[in-house]
Design a protein around this ligand. Sequence first.
Ligand SMILES: O=P(O)(O)OC[C@H]1O[C@](O)(CO)[C@@H](O)[C@@H]1O
Length: 548
Amino acid sequence: MADDMGDGRAIRVVIGDAELGSGAAALLDELVNEKVASRLAAQDATLWGPDAEAEASIRLSWTTLYTTSRPLIGQIENLRAELRAEGVDRVVLAGMGGSSLAPEVIAATEGVPLTVLDTTDPGQVADALAGDLRRTVLVVSSKSGGTVETDSHRRIFAKAFADAGIDAARRIVVVTDPGSPLAELAEAEGYRKVFLADPHVGGRYSALTAFGLVPAGLAGADVARLLDQAAAAADVLSADDADNPALTLAAALGAAHAAGAEKVVLTNTDAGVPGTLTGFGDWAEQLIAESTGKQGTGLLPVVVEKPDAPGFADAGSGATPVAIGPLAGGATVATGGPLGGQFLLWEYATAVVGRLLGINPFDQPDVEAAKRAARSLLDDPDQLGSGSPPSTVDGPVEIHASAGATGDGGLTEVLRDFLDTVPERGYVAVQAYLDRLDDASAALLRSELARVTGVQTTFGWGPRFLHSTGQYHKGGHQNGIFLQVTGAHERDLEVPGRPYTLGTLQLAQALGDGDVLREHGRPVLRLHLTDRAAGLAEIIRAVQDLRV
Ligand SMILES: O=P(O)(O)OC[C@H]1O[C@](O)(CO)[C@@H](O)[C@@H]1O
């Protein structure tokens, strides 16, 4: 157990299962003897073998961010005070994956309002635009400076500010890497402020860089405290000691994987308690999936709603139920401690799991394929159309069946055929290219499908998941089946300066990723909702009918 962290909660990892504990103990000895923790803290790029060394040598600065990010605190406070003095107190963040997941969990955990745009759903973006623009600052966050979703949001908001008679340049703040196209553009456009992040930290390890701290800090989160929490955890996480919580977590997950448990089911076991890490699973999901899901191996994170949700206590031998919070609800592993410390805990542990699995935890080789496929569809709008014609229609649901699902019957039959294709120890992935606020009921599909099938089931909002579990779907264990849900748009939005609308981009992303998954031999079923609310209700009913 680590030292107390000042707020009464220490960074800790507990293994609550004897068999898993003994498997982990052997790995733990190995990790301690090989001095993996101290070498990681010293940013030793040789830890993942010669193939990963070049990339690792420019990806390890996250181990000392609790020190190197300190100068940001004053800059964020000053900008926040300036904006407040101008009556600007609504923060909208445009950013995908590592450029939005950390600030979202920081803001949610601290209870400060932050509107996150990590979607191409026109309705969701239109709702964000409908907020009070006079009080709004847009933070545009992108390491590469070339992410299409984020660039689209910037274009849409810049025009909306201008249309409302607001000087857009004064309302756009940029976080990016030095020398990126976005950094250049921000300078050319005279945007209010550019925070240049440390380029030696990858997106999913960037929680404590400007990517995590600027949007959350502008929204009112106490980012200095976050760095204090990470600093307080640093010594224990870098110690070559069997009590090191990061080594314990890595050894548990590594031992579980070696025993066939390639899925990690995550849930909060202290939801509702003050200080609980709200939404932490979604951040950890990207870290784990993009870091480990490659070369046909990896850990598949399955984020579930609560400890008694299907897939957790009944995780089965193919999955490890991990509690974020106290060991409860059937969890075999639990992690505890404040947010800043847990960011660092999971980053250390994931990097160490990468070494145990023999992969490079700092690249994402399969993400680009889906981006390429979407781009080629956007370049050829004829091919895109509204997608190929449905194989059949059941009320408000158009069924686009592929291998394994005949599409001849109604929705229930099609779903039954489709679900029959899941391999033993496989998983079902629900991918909803919808509005995560207005179409929130889509998320019920995860628990309903998991309950009916008894199979581990993930849920992701598209295109957000493409920057998270999307890597694992193509690069990890090839035993997933994919249920895509797309929907008609009541309203669409032009992307200024681009020949496509947001709705077209959203559809291209769904179809493009579907094509890539099929190329990998994976079954894909797309259900298109001509009426979103009625269609979702219909799918949920059809899933429930599978029980009989
Ligand atoms: O910050 P960027 O460059 O816009 O990238 C966003 C996300 O896209 C990815 O590069 C690939 O999905 C993630 O690793 C990253 O967090």
